[in-house]
Write a protein that binds this ligand. Structure first.
Ligand SMILES: C[S@@+](CC[C@H](N)C(=O)[O-])C[C@H]1O[C@@H](n2cnc3c(N)ncnc32)[C@H](O)[C@@H]1O
Length: 266
């Protein structure tokens, strides 16, 4: 685990990185969730794993509030947390007047919410950037009610798959012809790489690495699902360069439960 001093510097760098991207984040492919097949695919992935609404959901690292939009559309009561004021400002604007939604400026690794206060914790693209994953998972376990669900969407962003390497060459060729996409993550890639190399999962986040940590935190009934239906839905409306981007990295969906409380002896 990283030392506290190094950790706080790293967190500030991470927060600053995302804050600078907040106003254009929704313009980068893969972040905004357009209405239509992609929205439906994400919603189905959540509905399948969280069960019927409404549930009390803590959404960690809500960013610009795209997953928030999905959770609200499914009827959940949402606390949407992020540690970047700039990201939260975009999300607040997007969801002005929404019912059943509360925003929280806090650290997802230490949200300081009461014990056993949520039915579900949901996050997309947060786990890879945790600075102290073991501690964060224990916190998340504490916040869930017995029987509650942790659901996250993430991927191994450290190295493209074999097919991804081919796709990446094709994307580079398109960039040379039409110009690079200024909003895609690569636009700040030196800073991104500088942060990645200091993260516990900076050399790659896989389900195989994360499952034992979740188990050690107390989670059970873990299941790893495929991101393929969402990627297929993205390809239905994306242009060629973005279709290729859906092939770059290995992504996964992970669900885990806090075990239900044991029945009281009769
Ligand atoms: C890749 S973006 C994902 C945003 C959103 N989950 C989505 O999928 O659209 C990462 C977000 O995580 C937030 N973040 C990263 N580390 C965090 C932490 N320790 N606590 C709270 N937010 C964090 C950043 O501020 C940023 O908004």
């Amino acid at each position: 685990m990283l030392g506290t001093h190094a950790n706080s510097h790293l967190k500030e760098d991470i927060r600053d990185y995302w804050s600078r991207r907040s106003e254009t984040f929704d313009l980068a492919f893969g972040h905004r969730i357009p209405d239509g097949p992609e929205f439906d695919a994400w919603a189905a992935a959540i509905r399948e794993r969280l069960g019927p609404a409404p549930r009390r959901v803590l959404e960690l690292a809500c960013g610009t509030g795209e997953v928030t939009r999905l959770l609200l559309s499914l009827g959940h009561e949402v606390t949407a947390l992020d540690f970047s004021e700039a990201m939260l400002a975009v999300a607040r604007r997007k969801h002005a007047g929404a019912r059943g939604l509360r925003f929280l400026l806090a650290d997802a690794e230490n949200p300081m919410e009461p014990d056993e206060s949520y039915d579900a914790i949901v996050c997309r693209h947060l786990v890879w950037t945790l600075t102290a994953p073991e501690r964060a998972f224990s916190e998340w376990y504490r916040l869930l009610k017995p029987g509650g669900t942790l659901l996250f969407f993430d991927g191994d962003w450290a190295a493209p798959t074999r097919l991804g390497r081919l796709a990446s060459r094709a994307i580079a060729a398109i960039d040379r012809i039409v110009g690079a996409d200024p909003h895609y993550d690569g636009a700040m890639s030196d800073r991104h790489a500088g942060i990645m190399q200091r993260l516990p999962f900076g050399d790659g986040l896989t389900a195989g690495r994360v499952l034992p940590l979740l188990e050690a935190a107390g989670f059970r009934d873990m299941a790893v699902g495929s991101h393929a239906p969402i990627a297929a839905a993205q390809r239905r409306t994306a242009d060629l360069r973005n279709r290729l981007r859906t092939l770059l990295y290995r992504r996964f969906i992970l669900v885990a439960s806090r075990p239900p409380a044991p029945a009281a002896p009769s």
